[in-house]
Design a protein around this ligand. Structure first.
Ligand code: UN1
Length: 493
């Protein structure tokens, strides 16, 4: 049985009678239960995090960094176990599950070094005998609400910058992947994190998540999930003027120009569209192809999509695992139907559930799916499907490709595949996304760079990289006047 537990004020508790059932998406079997936390558990966790704040926030940042460095070592030693848990709870294939854990290890080592930086600025004053600088201060208790699609990586993206900056944390992980979050917190404790500094409350967004967002002693909220929920989170946090970071949906496009290496382009598209069964906010769900190579690319992509091996994520040679839950499958099926009904769109391959051997008959699998001849305003080209479905759109040139690329509400990740430097450079500036890939697909973010998007994808913040530190610290501006007299800024110049 999977052990999804609460950890509040140094005490672990198991799921009680009113628990949330957890499933293996590859078989549909019950794998365990998560506690159904609500307001009472959130209140207790926030109390514990508040109580731990004075000591943790005054621990020298290099010491905080040393604990987080050890976290990287602990996770390395438990990498296989954590990876298995990822596949078991949300289905992604082995390489990607281990990659998910690796992303957290990378974040631990990166952020450990931040403990010896946490740089502010020093700058001259407009007045003599006066200097100016900025310092970073911890903020308080951070409420972190994390999704199931990167069940180890994303909790690390949020919690490690928060911790190195001296904050304490209440983590509300997705109810699908509570065991991964539990194991992650176990690693933090094994690394030496003091009791109460991180607390974890399992439960649903409507109950535990909502209570966390509305808690008056939680000044910082960081949420990854759908744009719809992100709006609710923002609205509920606004009256208390909280710091809010939301990381939301995407409808990411890959532009392929006539001069592209098509075999490479197909590899990049397959990886972007079907990695994590298309359940990444960075998934490549629109392929914007120049007229001259459209037919050849479609032919190669169809062959590549048909060759993807669908099956249990932990087995050898599998490319595409299941999707997370039955309602995800239903949503994908709904969009395939919408695509088929949209005038002119053509279902080229996939579109249904694959026939798999009986051990996986109860699993939630979907075939890698390609739609061709999609036009930019169709719903399958505008709305996030979050499954292994991609849509080919034909364009005449780079200008039209950029226009189509930018013609969605979202703005997370964009990509262009061409050998022409000038076209790449033009796209680099013109694509309206927070992340741009030149000569690649839309996935593959690294932890030491800012991650996030514009338009309906986010609210202007970026996580990971140095920007994670910016979000989780309060900037204090300090003026030091050693002139011995009163010097008035803007007046005594
Ligand atoms: C997400 O899709 O929610 O670049 C995160 C990537 C991963 C992170 C994705 N490193 O696709």
């Amino acid at each position: 049985m999977t052990a999804a537990r609460n950890y509040i004020d140094g005490t672990w508790t198991d799921a009680g009678s009113d628990a949330i059932e957890m499933f293996d998406p590859a078989t549909g079997e019950t794998i365990g239960f998560a506690p159904r936390g609500g307001r009472a558990e959130i209140d207790a966790a926030v109390e514990a995090a508040k109580a731990a704040f004075p000591a943790w926030s005054t621990t020298p940042p290099p010491k905080r960094g040393e604990i987080l460095y050890r976290l990287g070592q602990v996770m390395e030693s438990r990498k296989d176990e954590l990876g298995r848990l990822v596949t078991r709870e949300m289905g992604k294939v082995r390489d990607e599950a281990l990659g998910d854990v690796q992303e957290a290890i990378d974040m631990a080592y990166y952020i450990a070094g931040e403990g010896r930086r946490l740089f502010g600025n020093t700058t001259p004053s407009e007045l003599p005998d006066k200097i100016c600088m900025t310092l970073r201060e911890p903020i308080g208790v951070c409420g972190l609400i994390t999704p199931w699609n990167f069940p180890v990586a994303i909790p690390s993206w949020k919690s490690l910058p928060a911790l190195v900056c001296g904050n304490t944390v209440v983590l509300k992980p997705s109810e699908e992947t509570g065991g991964c979050a539990t194991a992650y917190v176990e690693c933090l404790l094994e690394a030496g994190l003091p009791e109460g500094v991180v607390n974890i409350v399992q439960g649903t967004g409507e109950e535990a998540g909502d209570a966390l967002v509305k808690h008056r002693d939680v000044p910082v909220i960081s949420f990854t999930g759908s744009s719809e929920t992100g709006r609710i989170v923002s609205q509920n946090a606004a009256p208390m003027l909280k710091h809010v970071h939301v990381e939301l949906g995407g409808k990411n496009g890959i532009i392929v120009l006539d001069d592209a290496d098509l075999d490479f382009a197909v590899q990049a598209i397959l990886w972007s569209a079907y990695g994590t069964s298309g359940q990444r906010c960075t998934a490549g769900s629109r392929i914007i192809v120049q007229d001259g190579v459209y037919d050849t690319l479609l032919e190669k992509l169809e062959a590549g999509a048909r060759a993807q091996r669908v099956g249990h994520g932990w087995e050898d040679g599998i490319d595409v695992g299941p999707v997370v839950r039955p309602s995800a499958l239903e949503k994908i099926e709904k969009y395939v139907k919408i695509g088929q009904e949209e005038d002119g769109a053509r279902l080229v391959c996939g579109g249904g559930r694959p026939a798999l051997d009986s051990a996986l008959a109860g699993g939630w699998f979907f075939e890698p799916t390609v739609f061709a001849d999609v036009t930019p305003n169709m719903r399958i080209a505008q709305e996030e499907i979050f499954g292994p479905v991609t849509a080919l759109i034909r364009v005449k040139d780079l200008d039209e490709a950029i226009e189509v690329h930018n013609g969605t509400d979202y703005g997370l990740s964009g990509a262009i595949i061409t050998k022409d430097l000038a076209s790449s450079m033009k796209a680099m500036r013109a694509l309206k996304t927070g992340i741009v890939y030149l000569h690649n697909g839309t996935i593959g973010a690294e932890v030491h760079l800012p991650f996030g998007g514009i338009k309906a994808t986010g609210n202007g913040h970026r996580e990971a990289g140095i920007t994670g530190i910016d979000f989780f610290s309060e900037m204090k501006t300090v003026y030091i006047d050693y002139s011995g007299g009163l010097q008035r800024a803007q007046i005594d110049t």
